[in-house]
Design a protein around this ligand. Structure first.
Ligand code: GAR
Length: 200
């Protein structure tokens, strides 16, 4: 599920084409934004896509129901939030418990709940940190609060702007962690025990 540029989707497509997603395949892309470039990335490799805009539904529950119907019709086993910028209703998160993973551009629990701010760690209201990174985690009803699957640290350099740091976080962390986590899930290597994820 996507909302924007789709570079994480591209990382998944590239990994799939390189045979690095064991026992899984990307079978549907859902975008909350009809203009998302991610949709073009899906079209280029003939992955079916759908657009569901939150604003076309009266409330989050109704939006969640429509998403659930799409996902169940397509017999989806794992939902990957790859830059999906709409908060999902609790009922959706419970329904797909331990079957939704998200990539977040910080080392959770630092800089959580920053839905659209990729490098919040550079905002003036924060002391400028020296290390940030990315987290891949299961999605629970608590925003950015589900069990952590993988994290990777990335250094903040002196001359960084939000743009240069965002690019480094994506290149050095997100695009590596996300396909690996998807492959581990699909190959049955992830075991969730309460709040802890074990990799077999
Ligand atoms: C990524 O940096 C992802 O971590 C972030 O949005 C970007 C999407 O980029 N997600 C969040 O902030 C979710 N809270 P992409 O569309 O190029 O993959």
């Amino acid at each position: 599920m996507v909302s924007g540029g789709g570079t994480n989707l591209q990382a998944l497509i590239d990994a799939q084409q390189a045979g690095k997603i064991e026992n899984g395949q990307i079978s549907l892309v859902i975008s909350s934004n009809p203009k998302a470039y991610a949709l073009e990335r899906a079209a280029k490799v003939a992955i079916p896509s759908e657009v569901l805009r939150r604003r076309d539904f009266s409330d989050a529950e109704e939006y969640g129901k429509a998403l659930t119907a799409l996902l169940e019709n397509a017999d989806i086993g794992l939902i990957v939030l790859a830059g999906f910028m709409t908060v999902l209703p609790d009922s959706f998160c419970r329904h797909f418990e331990n079957r939704i993973i998200n990539v977040h551009p910080s080392l959770i629990p630092s800089f959580c709940g920053e839905a659209s701010t990729v490098c919040a760690c550079m905002k003036p209201r924060w002391q400028r940190v020296k290390v940030t990174g990315a987290t891949v985690h299961f999605v629970s009803e608590v925003v950015d609060g589900g069990a952590i699957i993988a994290q990777k640290a990335v250094e903040v350099e002196d001359g960084d702007t939000p743009e240069t740091l965002q690019k480094r976080v994506m290149q050095n962390a997100e695009w590596i962690l996300l396909p690996q986590a998807v492959s581990d899930f699909c190959a049955g290597r992830l075991r969730v025990d309460g709040a802890i994820v074990h990799k077999n």
